[in-house]
Design a protein around this ligand. Structure first.
Ligand code: C2E
Ligand code: MG
Ligand code: MG
Ligand code: MG
Length: 274
């Protein structure tokens, strides 16, 4: 390493940093190309009523299948897009495509479409107008759209609160994603301009083995009720977790046990009894 090469040798990058940097630039170029070539697509995961398993919504999840690199996970390419100033384009491309596909889907009438939004999109003054245009072009009512934001962006950014408040005035709803993993304080919860709260899967997984975690989760519903938030439990992977969540009073859930992300046409909706 640099130290071994002597005090006066200044190496800006360690070899691994150099590799990371090259990879970042490569992914940035490839992502830019994917955006213009339309190589990104969207998968949908059902959000269901835990009692009746009816599909109440679908979450749009961005997917990137690179011809050489294979499938690059959003946990890798979303941060790359954010650092490269591409997240606005990527986010709008996902939103426009999801709105169009969802509007054409007759699978679950009345269900909502949930789309993840980066904090950087929320500080763009053009964002509310772009959302309205995407909905209008797809012929989708604003009530059918939920925007998922992480709790960190809500902590104290009045700019973001203003943007979300304006969007909610048009009928678009807001979900706090990954609740419990960020800085959200109970002090702020009632001020969040939100309709839905998504409990992070780390909590959902803890309740199975940790009675204290279960008791904490059990008390949260009252709090959510008090501030008008509907809860969705994320990452439900087996029936035991689903049963425990029902017993705790959680109305909605999402997870591999209830349906994997896939094309809209693959979402199985119970056929109506004739
Ligand atoms: P998220 O919004 O919390 O989405 C849920 C993630 O959990 C998805 O991962 C989903 O595939 C995964 N998941 C669902 N059920 C289960 C389960 O039962 N067990 C486990 N272990 N995982 C489950 P995915 O699709 O890889 O997305 C990861 C994150 O990337 C998302 O987390 C979201 O923060 C971000 N993301 C995805 N698409 C977009 C997008 O279009 N825009 C933005 N800004 N972020 C996106
Ligand atoms: Mg999400
Ligand atoms: Mg989440
Ligand atoms: Mg998550």
């Amino acid at each position: 390493d640099a130290k071994a090469r002597g005090k006066n040798t200044c190496s800006l990058f360690e070899p691994s940093m150099r590799e990371d940097f090259d990879r970042e630039l490569m992914l940035r170029d490839e992502l830019r190309r994917a955006l213009t070539d339309g190589d990104l697509h969207v998968m949908y995961q059902p959000i269901v009523g835990l009692g009746d398993r009816r599909v109440v919504g679908v979450e749009a999840l961005a997917r990137w299948n690179h011809p050489r690199l294979g499938s690059v996970p959003p946990e890798v390419f979303v941060p790359v897009a954010e650092r490269a100033g591409l997240i606005g384009d990527l986010g709008m491309s996902v939103l426009r495509r999801a709105c169009a596909e969802f509007a054409a889907w007759a699978g679950a009438p009345g269900a909502y479409l949930s789309v993840n939004v980066s904090p950087l999109q929320l500080v763009d003054p053009q964002f509310p107008g772009q959302v309205a245009a995407a909905l209008a072009d797809a012929g989708l009512h604003p009530r059918r759209l939920v925007l998922e934001v992480t709790e960190n962006v809500l902590a104290d950014e009045s700019e973001v609160i203003g943007t979300l408040t304006r969007l909610r005035a048009t009928g678009v709803r807001v979900a706090i994603d990954d609740f419990g993993t960020g800085y959200a304080s109970l002090r702020y919860l009632h001020r969040f301009p939100a309709d839905i709260v998504k409990i992070d899967r780390t909590y959902v997984h803890e309740i199975a083995c940790d009675p204290a975690a279960m008791r904490i989760l059990g008390t949260l519903w009252q709090l959510f009720d008090a501030v008008g938030l509907t809860a969705v439990a994320e990452g439900i992977e087996d029936e035991d977790q689903a049963t425990m969540l029902i017993d705790l009073g959680c109305p909605l859930g999402q997870g591999f046990h209830l349906g994997h992300p896939g094309p809209l046409a693959a979402i199985l909706v119970p056929s109506p009894i004739r």
